[in-house]
Write a protein that binds this ligand. Structure first.
Ligand SMILES: [Zn+2]
Length: 276
């Protein structure tokens, strides 16, 4: 009897607290991003790695294209208590995309090209290691351009008949010169005029390892280290790198994990694009 009373008392006292102490909101789906909240000074582990937690107790995690359906977020509370919170990640099915008629050089690069490609990869990799304390990723994202979606996240590409790595971003068809807007506040972490595959390439860091990348740009209008605000014109759409026509490739990363930016924005305003 006494135990029952104590049990009821604890439930009333503790439940509202524990319900508030850990929340996770966002897209619990392959390619998705979620924002968590914990008691400040809690250490958060995801896939065995400590994740940056803001002074307010906010953190971000991302799920890869082929993420396993079950993951665990481990919390080490300031009191020393360890909590394990299971996360269920929804599975997606991906499109097969065939692109023919590409110049052979862009499909099977030469030894010389490979040198350049490795250099490009190293640059991008270094930039994506950044773990800035800013929490710009909390802002609701906007589309960087409007137009017709010509490629979606996760699709498997078959270029000139050869299966390639999946497409990690969303392609928006738009004429060369169309202004590209910053989808959220951030700091420019990479501005490169001519990468082998991605041509004019721009990366904006939104904090805590969350970044967005813009590829095939005609012109880049910002510099590395520059603070940008949501809606600022940062570049122009182009057809540089390995492309068949002018479009913006928009990608999103949580460190090395490639996410689907289209999950974070409302349906694309196609009509606006036609009016521009
Ligand atoms: Zn693309």
């Amino acid at each position: 009897m006494q135990r029952m009373i104590i049990g009821a008392f604890l439930a009333v006292l503790c439940l509202p607290f524990s319900a508030q102490a850990f929340t996770l909101e966002g897209h619990l789906v392959q390619g998705g991003m979620a924002i968590g909240k914990v008691e400040p000074a809690t250490t958060v582990f995801f896939h065995g790695k400590a994740v940056r937690v803001s002074p307010e107790g906010l953190f971000v995690i991302g799920f890869s294209r082929d993420a396993e359906p079950e993951a665990v977020i481990e919390l080490r509370l300031p009191s020393g208590t360890v909590e394990k919170h299971p996360v269920r990640i929804e599975k997606r099915s991906y499109k097969i995309q065939r692109i023919d008629g590409l110049p052979p050089r862009k499909v099977s690069p030469s030894a010389e090209d490979l040198k350049r490609i490795r250099k490009d990869i190293a640059l991008v990799k270094a930039v994506r290691k950044k773990d800035d304390p800013r929490t710009d990723f909390l802002q609701p994202f906007i589309w960087p351009v409007s137009g017709r979606i010509s490629g979606v996240y996760g699709s498997q590409r078959i270029l000139n008949g050869k299966p390639k790595r999946p497409h990690y971003g969303v392609d928006i068809a738009a004429p060369t010169g169309t202004p590209v807007k910053a989808p959220a506040d951030g700091v420019v972490s990479l501005a490169h005029d001519d990468m082998f595959y991605s041509g004019g390439t721009l990366i904006v860091d939104h904090g805590h390892g969350l970044s967005t990348v813009f590829m095939h740009l005609h012109k880049i209008l910002v510099e590395e280290g520059q603070r940008v605000r949501q809606g600022d014109v940062i570049a122009q759409v182009g057809a540089t790198g390995r492309v068949t026509g002018p479009h913006l490739h928009w990608g999103m990363n949580w460190f090395e994990t490639r996410l689907d930016p289209s999950l974070l924005v409302p349906p694309i305003p196609e009509a606006t694009a036609a009016a521009q």
